[in-house]
Design a protein around this ligand. Structure first.
Ligand SMILES: O=C(O)CCC(=O)C(=O)O
Length: 281
């Protein structure tokens, strides 16, 4: 993968799979094929997906886990290319907050309303917005299948008030409308394997997917090591100390590995969420 230019306050940065392997790339277009199989194939984390009501009659499915673990997804989120870039953008050492697979299905995939990730994370007790997300396309993401949209520069507005719509948080839409008049709204069209890094206060959304093309993506969220939540119950669960970074070759070396040992996965049982920790067999 190749990085585009990066400035300390950039809110968005694109990485793209290389057409040939280089010492610094995470993988090639060929490895993307098995990577996708590792992440989404039988026995993968996607079997823990639950529905997220989008407040407009559709579900956006997703699965989410804490702890990187040692499987293919863990190698990705610990790889220098991803974790060190996130660290440089945040300007601090960081820990892995969580990773998730966003499963926007064909024909009936739910939308994500305008929000800042910090709109969620603020309410979970994180005192600083020193957090960011890396969002990597597993399928091509275009306008027709509900690609990410971002309001460029909105991360500089600070935290906006959020309310609840379905299972989602939505930023104050009057404020969003004002910002849309002054700032550019970008449709982030990605090829499979492209990734963007964006700040936790960047306003983003995505439309529902009524096309025939599935739009799945994997996203990892990182947090500055100093940003320990003020809620005791969160500290042990979600705040695990500096990430142990791996060389970029680790993703290819790990190959197709769906061993969930060490991962803590959010599971929905009835109406309740629980966390299931996987130990070595
Ligand atoms: O998958 C998407 O389209 C949006 C995901 C998102 O907004 C989020 O995870 O915060």
């Amino acid at each position: 993968m190749q990085l585009t230019t990066c400035t300390p306050d950039s809110e968005i940065q694109l990485v793209r799979p290389s057409t040939r392997n280089t010492p610094t790339c995470l993988g090639t277009h060929q490895s993307l094929h098995w990577f996708k199989d590792a992440v989404t194939g039988p026995g993968s984390l996607t079997s823990y997906a639950y529905a997220n009501d989008d407040g407009a009659g559709r579900d956006a499915r997703m699965c989410i886990w804490y702890n990187t673990g040692n499987d293919t997804t863990g190698a990705l989120s610990r790889s220098k290319k991803i974790a060190n870039t996130a660290s440089k953008l945040l300007g601090t050492d960081l820990y892995h907050y969580h990773s998730k697979i966003m499963m926007k299905d064909a024909r009936d995939g739910g939308r994500f309303v305008w929000h800042q990730d910090y709109g969620y994370w603020y309410s979970f007790g994180y005192l600083f917005p020193d957090m960011l997300t890396v969002f990597m396309a597993l399928d091509p993401c275009g306008r027709e299948n509900g690609c990410l949209q971002v309001i460029r520069g909105s991360h500089r507005c600070g935290r906006i008030d959020h309310s609840v719509v379905g299972d989602q948080k939505v930023a104050d839409l009057e404020r969003v409308a004002q910002l849309e008049k002054r700032l550019e709204t970008l449709h982030v069209e990605l090829k499979a394997g492209d990734a963007i890094f964006f700040h936790s206060n960047l306003l983003h959304s995505s439309s529902s997917n009524t096309s025939e093309q599935r739009r799945w993506a994997i996203a990892s969220a990182y947090n500055s090591v100093h940003n320990v939540p003020d809620k005791d119950e969160m500290v042990g669960k979600q705040c695990r100390g500096p990430i142990q970074q791996l060389d970029n070759e680790a993703v290819v070396k790990t190959g197709v590995n769906r061993d969930l040992s060490g991962k803590e996965v959010k599971v929905k049982r009835g109406a309740m969420f629980e966390f299931e920790t996987f130990f070595p067999a």
